[in-house]
Write a protein that binds this ligand. Structure first.
Ligand code: MG
Length: 188
């Protein structure tokens, strides 16, 4: 490691070092989702029922945060996307609990020999504030995926009035996940 932190350092002399042998099977995944507000629907975020009205429109419970996490997991494992796995035309999925869908995705990854290293997610909206629900959302998401809560990071942010979230038209969520090969003894 170099000495003191230099905020405007020149490029690395020999470029970024190569990934350590054996660690190259880690996979990163990115998920994004957005849903518009719907007055007569409950608001469910990260498996937490935040309020009974002014929720989000969607075929399932419209849990935009859980959906972003699911797509990140599926993307990391190269298993497609939630639209393919859980089609909006499937009547059985009407009003579905998205945490149950997330548990299904987690099971799918485990069956393919993948282990979740961590999730980092952001909910983008002017309201509600995420902070009061953060601990409960982390706990519920972690439980659905069968991992410790320390592996799930979450925060909310606004767009300072800009764009569709800024206008209060809906809520967006982004998630990144890192997965790696499961230890042999943990494979189902
Ligand atoms: Mg969605």
């Amino acid at each position: 490691m170099a000495g003191a932190f230099d905020p405007v350092a020149p490029p690395l002399e020999n470029g970024m070092p190569a990934v350590k042998e054996g660690d190259t099977s880690l996979r990163v995944g990115l998920g994004f989702d957005a849903h518009r507000f719907a007055r007569r629907r409950p608001l469910v975020l990260g498996g937490v029922r935040v309020r009974e009205r002014d929720g989000l429109l969607g075929h399932s419970d419209a849990d935009v945060l859980a959906h972003a996490v699911m797509d990140a997991l599926l993307g990391a494992a190269g298993l497609g996307d939630i639209g393919t796995l859980f089609p909006e035309t499937d009547p059985e999925l009407a009003g579905a609990d998205s945490l149950g869908l997330l548990a299904t995705v987690a099971r799918l990854l485990a069956e393919q020999g993948w282990a979740l290293i961590n999730v980092d997610a952001v909910v983008i909206c002017e309201e509600p504030r995420i902070a009061p629900y953060r601990a409960a959302m982390r706990a519920r998401l972690a439980a659905a995926m069968g991992v410790g809560v320390d592996r799930v990071s979450l925060r909310g942010t606004t767009t300072e009035g800009l764009g569709f979230t800024g206008r209060g038209d809906g809520i967006a969520a982004q998630a990144v996940v890192l997965i790696g090969p499961a230890a042999t003894e943990e494979r189902p």
